[in-house]
Write a protein of this length. Structure first.
Length: 278
């Protein structure tokens, strides 16, 4: 395992674009802290964003994991480029000549994907913990470490998404086309959902139940938007006679769906590579 990781590390360390994208990703996660300094002056109304509870424990785990997940495209570009460069630079063929099996090759890529996800999760945990300890109104240990399932969901979501990108990189061979295919896939999922929702299963939740099994949609459903959880939003909704009823929890079956898709993408990557004549 360490040998496989070492191989990928040496490939990435000489890639300037990969270094820039990875660094940008982690810098942007750190910039979440800048939200705390945003202040609004609206006449007699003066308030700071950090004072609205977005960095309160345990809400911060939900908020930060959602925001950080939006930035995953930076690492997705690295994953796709990592795969396409194997064909462009002919390093894949050379690795196979040197004795690396196709199964070991896919294993090395998936290990890299998993390490990316793990490091990102640990980094987000540290940043969130520091922000929470600095701004949260609640600092009891039991409160601080509640809702930690959002960190688990974040890790699973990244791993699944990067496994999908790995598969697309092998399927298409060109990073730009692979990213384009990713965008097209997202559009297709939206179209299929729209047809199911408004044409086939009107006035029912059947379309939503089907869509939760789509690859990208299942990953998106892991961490739902956190903004409507804010007390200010809840209060405003109550004042206009509306109630926000939404399930923000992380459920075991949602995690399993994404884990299954992850396994499928890794398996398809191996099968595709196994049949391909290099």
């Amino acid at each position: 395992m360490l040998r496989l990781l070492e191989i990928e590390y040496h490939k990435l360390r000489y890639s300037r674009s990969a270094k820039i994208l990875v660094l940008t990703y982690f810098i942007l996660i750190t910039f979440i802290a800048l939200i705390a300094s945003i202040e609004f002056n609206l006449g007699a109304i003066n308030f700071r964003v950090a004072d609205q509870g977005i960095f309160n424990f345990p809400y911060i785990w939900h908020f930060n994991s959602y925001i950080a997940a939006l930035l995953k495209l930076f690492l997705a570009i690295v994953i796709v480029s990592m795969m396409s460069n194997e064909y462009t630079n002919r390093t894949l063929k050379q690795n196979l000549i040197d004795g690396l099996s196709k199964k070991e090759f896919i294993a090395s890529k998936f290990l890299t994907v998993t390490v990316f996800s793990l490091i990102s999760t640990i980094f987000l945990f540290v940043v969130s913990l520091i922000l929470g300890l600095s701004f949260s109104d609640f600092t009891e240990v039991s409160i601080i470490f509640s809702d930690m399932e959002y960190m688990i969901a974040y890790f699973v979501k990244l791993t699944g998404f990067f496994a999908f990108c790995m598969f697309l990189g092998i399927l298409v061979k060109r990073s730009a086309f692979a990213l384009g295919f990713l965008f097209i896939w997202w559009i297709l999922e939206s179209i299929v959902y729209g047809v199911l929702k408004w044409k086939i299963f009107r006035d029912s939740e059947i379309a939503d139940n089907i869509a939760r099994f789509f690859p990208l949609e299942s990953m998106s459903n892991l961490i739902k938007e956190p903004f409507s959880r804010l007390s200010a939003v809840q209060t405003a909704a109550t004042q206009i006679g509306s109630e926000i009823e939404k399930d923000y929890g992380i459920h075991w079956y949602q995690l399993i769906i994404v884990v299954i898709w992850t396994a499928i993408f890794v398996f398809l990557s191996y099968k595709l590579l196994k049949k391909r004549d290099l």
